[in-house]
Design a protein around this ligand. Structure first.
Ligand code: PGA
Length: 256
């Protein structure tokens, strides 16, 4: 059975004190040995403060992006090893905001995925279509091209060391959630395509849903057979909102 993962992407929000308060609040609510995994992705400069709070707990922290290069003259970039040094276990790659505003191509995202693995970080590969692509019935081809670029660079075995987050661009931060059925349809497509390459890896890989996920829709989404948790933006910014989602993951993991 795949363990559910609830991941909070804090984006560019809050202060150091707020990041500390949020992580301390989550720590107080989530018991060690929980039946589901929890990860938070603070802004880079807040990671040390969050790490200090969460060290010695089961909660995972990570970066929202990383450089495709290992080191050197790349002003403003953050390397995989810098994140690992701060105790990060995971890192987001290819978030749609980075693809759009940072003009990150499928190829560049694949290079970042590879860098993450090279230092033992678990990359969460974000994929998803725009509304125009959905309306043109290109959802599956767009999503598969995004995944295929990673397989071509690192191979299926290495892809399987990461997590995939399906995040329809039209659902991110808009309040327009994909229905549980829409999410399941794409997740099932991804898993069945992966299984054509390697069935064992396809069954093992966690596929998260992201895009206006909240305490009210998490249960329906996470109940879907191919949805293994969520990547949460807006609803990860308060303990109350994030815990409302975690509680659904907890109940489902315990068969309730
Ligand atoms: P949202 O963001 O939950 O605010 O829609 C999700 C994400 O961008 O990861």
């Amino acid at each position: 059975m795949r363990k559910l993962l609830v991941a909070g992407n804090w984006k560019m929000n809050g202060s150091v004190d707020e990041a500390k308060a949020l992580s301390a609040g989550l720590l107080a609510e989530i018991s060690d040995g929980a039946s589901y995994d929890v990860a938070v992705f603070p802004p880079f400069v807040h990671i040390p403060a969050v790490a200090a709070q969460l060290q010695n707990s089961d909660l995972i922290w990570g970066g929202q992006n990383l450089s495709a290069q290992a080191k050197g003259a790349f002003t403003s970039e953050i390397s995989a090893s810098m994140l690992a040094e701060l105790g990060c276990q995971m890192v987001l790659v290819g978030h749609s905001e980075c693809r759009e505003y940072g003009h990150e191509s499928n190829q560049l995202v694949a290079e970042k995925f590879k860098q993450a693995l090279s230092v033992g970080l678990t990359p969460i590969l974000c994929v998803g279509e725009t509304i125009a692509q959905r309306e043109a019935e290109q959802t599956e081809s767009v999503v598969w091209q995004q995944i295929q670029a990673v397989i071509e660079l690192v191979g299926m075995e290495s892809l399987g060391q990461g997590v995939i987050a399906y995040e329809p661009v039209w659902a991110i931060g808009t309040g327009l959630t994909a229905t549980a059925e829409q999410a399941q349809q794409v997740h099932q497509f991804i898993r069945s395509h992966l299984s054509e390459n390697d069935d064992i890896i396809a069954r093992r890989m966690r596929l998260l849903y992201g895009g206006s996920c909240n305490g009210s829709n998490a249960n329906a989404l996470f109940s879907m057979p191919d949805v293994d948790g969520g990547l949460i933006g807006g609803a990860s910014l308060t303990v109350e909102d994030f815990m409302a989602i975690c509680q659904q993951a907890d109940a489902l993991s315990n068969g309730e």
